[in-house]
Design a protein around this ligand. Structure first.
Ligand code: SF4
Ligand code: SF4
Length: 381
């Protein structure tokens, strides 16, 4: 049976979180039973893109500090790092408030600029990855995901967060290879099965709902979740936002391919019923295989599409830069940057990288009218 510890935590108070995390880890047998002290440990927060801690895009620095304190007290060698979707890893970590904390404890930032191609013959769908040197140089990983809504996978949590171990623009390339939510989820499970992350601690004190994982709204969920099983942890996340875990591809493939369990879970600590937020804004319709069809009609007229709110677009071009397709599915018409970029929905694979990376909350996602007629819509936006 997989154990998930659910801790009530209403604010980012270091002493409180430190005490509660220590207690939570003891419920799982203690940190030393999970990771031997001889191992070099990587702390892997969510550093998706440059943002202040209050935006709820990145793992909060106080949660980061609490786990560092515990690791240092237990004599571990620790580094931290993540490869953001856009921007320099050190600058993104600095903006998130993590560099300041790391400096206080003498923790180095691991190398997430360089990496190596590794082969993983056991992968179901993906047999090689471009992994950051900072990951390859450590022996154990503690995953520190943020609780957020996600346009492609519905949620981003413990299973999705290790995607930042893939360096730089190779992440975008993965989107162009695994071009729908189901194949992408299978790839993410392969990545998790390669990385064998040791421990997952989710920051759900202030989560992100709506237009996540970058441009949604902060919402208090008042919880920390701890588990060695990312599938079980994300399943509890689903219970807390009252969404059926069976519609989340990373969870179903996670159990199918041996990463963890969604149906054999013991929740330790608080009663989750006391924390359920039925109004958490998230796309609640199940993903359908036909949504993932490469047929251009389906893609163009049924599947949720990104769009730019033209009046507030700053024309910075980041969305164009991050589009993973070699011949870009959005671009400035005639290279004229005085107008917002324009989508070519025939080419667009609906990976939502542009929506994730727009720094100005300008790109939204909506279901085309034919899609609404066919499937209805339960999205709360
Ligand atoms: S990233 Fe956002 S603000 Fe920048 S050009 Fe694209 S839509 Fe406009
Ligand atoms: S336009 Fe946006 S959603 Fe479409 S392929 Fe490019 S990055 Fe992905």
């Amino acid at each position: 049976m997989s154990k998930v510890v659910l801790i009530e935590c209403k604010e980012y108070n270091l002493d409180f979180i430190y005490d509660k995390l220590k207690w939570g880890l003891e419920q799982l047998g203690g940190i030393q039973s999970i990771i031997p002290t001889s191992k070099k440990v990587l702390l892997k927060p969510n550093l998706l893109i440059s943002a202040d801690p209050e935006a709820a895009v990145t793992t909060h620095p106080v949660v980061f500090e609490a786990i560092i304190k515990i690791m240092k007290e237990n004599g571990y060698q620790v580094k931290f790092g993540d490869s953001p979707g856009f921007g320099n890893p050190e600058k993104v970590a600095s903006k998130a408030g993590l560099v300041e904390v790391a400096n206080k404890y003498g923790i180095e930032q691991a190398d997430f600029v360089h990496g190596k191609k590794i082969s993983f013959p056991d992968g179901q769908i993906c047999k090689q990855f471009d992994i950051a040197d900072g990951v390859l140089e450590t022996d154990a990983i503690i995953n520190l995901p943020k609780m957020k809504a996600h346009a492609l996978q519905r949620i981003t949590g413990a299973i999705k967060n290790p995607f930042g171990c893939v360096i730089g623009f190779n992440k975008g390339t993965m989107h162009s290879v695994y071009t729908n939510a189901f194949r992408f989820a299978e790839m993410i499970i392969d990545l998790n099965n390669y990385l064998k992350v040791d421990l997952h601690i989710m920051d759900g004190i202030v989560a992100m709902e709506g237009n996540g994982p970058r441009n949604g709204d902060p919402v208090k969920m008042n919880v920390l979740l701890i588990s060695t099983d990312p599938v079980a942890l994300d399943t509890v996340f689903c219970k807390l936002i009252d969404i059926n875990h069976a519609i989340i591809p990373t969870i179903t493939y996670g159990q199918k391919f041996g990463l963890g369990s969604h149906d054999n879970i013991e929740i330790i600590g608080e009663d989750y019923h006391n924390f359920v937020n039925k109004n958490f804004k998230i796309e609640r319709n199940p993903l359908k295989e036909e949504d993932s069809s490469s047929l251009s009609f389906i893609r163009k007229h049924v599947v949720r599409r990104p769009y730019i709110e033209k009046d507030i677009c700053k024309k910075c071009g980041i969305c164009v830069e991050v589009c993973p397709l070699p011949d870009k599915a959005l671009s400035f018409k005639n290279n004229d940057k005085s107008n917002p970029p324009i989508y070519d929905y025939n080419k667009c694979i609906r990976c939502y990288c542009c929506q994730e990376m727009c720094p100005y909350h300008v790109i939204k996602v909506k279901t085309p009218i034919i899609g609404k007629i066919l499937y209805g819509t339960k999205i709360l936006k």
